[in-house]
Structures are given as C-alpha cells and as structure tokens.
Design a binder for this molecule. Structure first.
Ligand SMILES: Nc1nc2c(ncn2[C@@H]2O[C@H](COP(=O)(O)OP(=O)(O)OP(=O)(O)O)[C@@H](O)[C@H]2O)c(=O)[nH]1
Ligand SMILES: [Mg+2]
Length: 307
C-alpha cells in the first residue's frame, strides 16, 4: 500500500466528508460526473461533517463562509466543489511549510510532550525509518523518571536496529542528553533521537528540567540541524493546541508529530493546529507498529479528507 493510501485509510475510515459524494465502483462504465446542488442544505451538511471530522467550530464556520463567497454556482461537479473547498481551506490556513524532515548530516531530534502522547513509540518508528534509509541512528534515553522507560526504549531500539545511549550511572536527563550528543558527534552518527519523560505543562519542576535539557541541546549543537518536535495525541482534540503553545514557550518547537491518527481519531484536528499555530505538522503516527508513520503533506491530506 502506498503512503497516500495508508494515510487515507488511517485518517478516514469513517468515509468521505464531502456532501453528496459517492464511492466509485471499480468496474462502473465511464459516466458524466454527477452534479451537486449548492444550497443552504449543502453548506449545513458540509459544516456538520467538518465538525464531525474534528475540524473545530470556529474553523469549520470559516471554511463554510469562505466557500459561500467562492462557490456561487447553483450546480457544480464533485471535482469542482472539492477543489473549491481545498482552495478555501488553503486560503484560511495561509502559506504552509510542509517540508518533510531532511537529513544529510547529524540531525538531532528532541521529542517532547505530555505523558502517554506517543513519544517513545514515535522515536522507535523514526529510528526504524532512518535505519531503512541507511543512516546510523542513536537513541538517547532521556526519560530517567519512569522506571520502565529505559526498558521500553530498549525494545524499540532493538526492533529498529538502532543503538541506544542509556548510561546506568547517569540519573539526570540533561546529563544523558549531553553525553548522547558527545557520542553522536564523536562516533559519526547521522541521527540522534532524544526521548524525554512525559510531563504536564502544569508541573513546574518537570518543565524546568525540560528547559535544562533544551539548554544543553542549544549549547552543544552549533551548526547542526535540530528538530524540536512535540508529540500530540490526535484523539485529544482542542487540548492539543494548548499543549503545543505551552511547550513551545519552553523549548521553541520546530514542529509536530501527530500520533494516533488511526482508530476513532478524525483528521480534522490537523487543520485546526495549522490554523491556530504557526507550527508545521511534520509526521503522522497511524498505529502502534514500527512502520505506522507517514510524512505529512497538505495536498495529500486535503485530497484524503475530501475524497
Ligand atoms: N493507535 C496508536 N497508538 C499509538 C500511536 N503512537 C503511540 N501509541 C500508543 O500510545 C501509548 C503510549 O505510547 P508511548 O510511546 O509510550 O508514549 P510516551 O509519550 O512515550 O509516554 P510517556 O513516556 O509515559 O510519557 C502506547 O500504548 C502506544 O502503543 C499511534 O500512532 N497509534
Ligand atoms: Mg515514553
């Protein structure tokens, strides 16, 4: 299955969000595209479906309003209306940088987020992907708080075939991070993935600890590529936005990994995140397995959302 199909399958198990669209039958004769009637009912229907897809009230209203001003036709083909909806969404979101992660020299990924969002799992998946690309990958066990964290990371690193840096005698996460950066530089690693403990934005001591980790990263990575990614659980809806805002104040995030966009999660939260934050969604987690990960691409995403 191609990446696009996989993304579509993961995001839109619930089916099309486009009112009036029908699934195509594989052996159906070529026929003239059915026209869709554009009236209040159409817009109401679209609004309801956007809400159901987790796009959020405010943004769904904006999309429908924008579409009302651009779709004046009484009747329109499915393809045409789909393009108009896409254009309306893109206009509201504004210019969006959805470049995928690019790795040509040592690149460091600092992975942060609240408890259980999917940090360690995402690190395992990323490690696997980079290994498949032939990269030399080191994982730093920066979660020294939770007893089982090191073990869990060890399992993932073995699955991915990546090396792990988890010195038993170092208990402070910033010291682990420092050691891992030194090792990655000295031993010519291409990728360093830094796991961190889950923390709530209200836990001041843990947020201070994260600030220390961030300082170590900033001080020791001159000239290197750094991605500071927050892992957001797609199933938590609007909370994702406030989490990203607060963590961004502490570590200056460069992007988002949106996990758990499989199961019952609807992809609309992606649009709201792009609308509210000037942070790109870079990676999407689509399951619990090693290869359940895809790069985010806005055009593919909208195509999937509206098909
Ligand atoms: N369905 C699904 N489950 C996921 C995904 N990513 C992570 N999970 C699950 O979410 C749970 C938490 O994942 P972890 O990777 O341990 O989360 P974490 O952020 O490292 O958690 P802490 O270290 O405790 O803060 C696990 O049961 C994972 O299997 C995903 O993309 N889809
Ligand atoms: Mg973890």
């Amino acid at each position: 299955m191609g990446l696009f199909d996989k993304l579509k399958q993961a995001l839109f198990k619930t089916g099309s969000i486009l009112p009036g669209s029908k699934p195509q039958e594989s052996n159906a004769p070529v026929q003239i595209e059915e026209k869709i009637i554009i009236n209040e009912e159409f817009f109401d229907d679209l609004f309801e479906k956007l809400i159901k897809a987790d796009v959020g009230l405010e943004l769904s209203e904006k999309i429908v309003e924008e579409l009302k001003s651009s779709a004046k036709e009484k009747e329109i083909s499915n393809t045409e209306i789909k393009n108009k909806i896409k254009d309306a969404i893109k206009k509201i979101i504004g210019p969006y940088d959805y470049k995928t992660i690019n790795t040509n020299e040592l690149e460091i990924f600092l992975i942060v987020g609240v408890n259980g969002s999917g940090k360690t799992t995402s690190i395992g998946k990323l490690a696997n992907r980079f290994k498949q690309e032939g990269k030399k990958v080191l994982i730093a066990a920066g979660d020294t708080f939770r007893a089982a964290a090191g073990e869990q990371l060890d399992i993932w690193s073995k699955r991915a075939g990546a090396e792990i840096y988890a010195p038993e005698d170092i208990k402070k996460p910033d010291a682990v991070v420092f050691g891992s950066i030194e090792k990655a530089k000295k031993e010519g690693f291409d990728i360093l993935l830094i796991d961190t403990a889950g923390r709530l934005q209200s836990q001041t001591n843990l947020m201070d600890e994260l600030k220390k980790i961030d300082n170590v990263v900033n001080k020791n990575t001159d000239g290197l590529l750094i991605e500071k990614l927050i892992v957001l659980d797609a199933t938590i809806g609007q909370n994702a936005i406030s989490q990203a805002e607060i963590f961004s104040k502490v570590v200056g995030l460069t992007g988002i990994i949106l996990s758990k966009l499989d199961g019952s999660a609807k992809g609309g939260v992606v649009l709201n995140i792009m609308h509210k934050l000037s942070l790109p969604v870079k990676i999407i987690g689509t399951g619990e397995k090693l290869d359940d990960i895809v790069d985010f691409n806005l055009d593919d995403y909208l195509e999937g959302l509206l098909s």
